[in-house]
Design a protein around this ligand. Sequence first.
Ligand code: 13P
Length: 245
Amino acid sequence: MRKPIMAGNWKMFKTEAEAVDFAKKIKPLVADVHDRIIIICPPYPVLSKMCDELCNSNIALGAENLFWEDEGAFTGEVSGPMLKAVGCTYVIIGHSERRQYFGETDETVNKRIKAALKHNLYPIVCVGEKLEERENGSTFNVVETQIKGAFKDISVEQWDNIVIAYEPVWAIGTGKTATPEQAQEVHAFIRKLLPEEVAEGTRILYGGSVKPANVKELMAQPDIDGGLVGGASLKVDSFVELVKY
Ligand code: 13P
């Protein structure tokens, strides 16, 4: 059985005061939830304060990216050991916004995954096609290339706790969710691409305009194991509704 995950990707939203306020409010509202994993991935500057609020709760903390070196002259980057030290358990890698605006490639995604695993951070690895790729029928090719590139030279023994997120780029922040059938089709395809030994146990999250109104039908699909949520994770009530779908 794959325990479902509901993860909030806060992107570039919330100051420290706003983040702490969110944490204080949500903690008691989900304290009784133990049959699914709850993760919040806020921006770097608030991680430490968020850990003060959440690290002893049933809400895990994640970062939105990491660099592959442990330390060095890499202005603007943060490393695995730094994220561990502020209480992160998870780290998002290869989000489409990183690919689109910051030159992330399958090769750099692969390096970041290896760095995360080296430091016992669980990677949440994002893949997904753009609108024109869906329209020209290359969704499966694109996703296969991304998955193969991301997990190059990752052995089955290292695989524990790797999470994948399928996020069709055309569904992110657009209000246009993939239908449960569209998402299920790609999730099942991704699972078939994984090493046989780990395929059944790996959680594949869906991301792209997940909301309280559509979460149930998405989660009813056999290969959808949770959500990676942007906009709807920024408000306490909608994120609680998603957690308790
Ligand atoms: P939205 O839920 O705002 O569409 O964002 C999805 C996403 O990019 C999560 O990583």
